[in-house]
Design a protein around this ligand. Sequence first.
Ligand SMILES: O=P(O)(O)OC[C@H]1O[C@H](OP(=O)(O)OP(=O)(O)O)[C@H](O)[C@@H]1O
Length: 180
Amino acid sequence: MTDDLRDLLRSTFRWTDLGPGTDYMVSDRSGWWRDPRILNGLGPALAGLFPAERPTVVVSPEVTGFMVGPLVARALGVGFVEAYRAGARRAIAEPMIWADIPADHRGEAQRLGIRQNLVGDADRALVVDDWAATGAQARGLRGLLGAAYVGTAVIVDECPPVVSAELGIRSLLTGTDLDP
Ligand SMILES: O=P(O)(O)OC[C@H]1O[C@H](OP(=O)(O)OP(=O)(O)O)[C@H](O)[C@@H]1O
């Protein structure tokens, strides 16, 4: 099942060439969300990366995490918490706790925040996202969640192995699986 899903993820992913004047390719992940077989399998497959940890809540950063996280929460039978990017929208009205992220894969500083009453001392929080590039989101959310953090499940992990090991990042694919 997971091997079939990995094949589907590879075959529906594209790199988009931005054309002359740049050697930069951008990832097109839209084929993943367009395929009902992937939507059906993604939650259980990502949840299955952490079978022993028995998460009690899933936490995901906006914006793509807001699509993937609930699929995993549904598969685990637990709830979902949004981690908002400061400045991406109007301020959240409820009390928040924030983590500073010095630099993400674009070299940009960010702040990620969750409503402070949604994750408690007894929780085991699994971070879920589509992609880990430098591990910045995972590191920020680990700092935010403290002892509740059990690890990060992503579709693609491009981090150096030492970073993935340190942050407890597990994935369905690595960067080389999607080499252009
Ligand atoms: O490991 P990191 O260096 O933290 O990078 C990973 C982040 O990069 C992407 O976000 P991006 O802002 O590119 O896209 P999104 O808005 O679609 O989530 C991805 O969704 C992760 O959240």
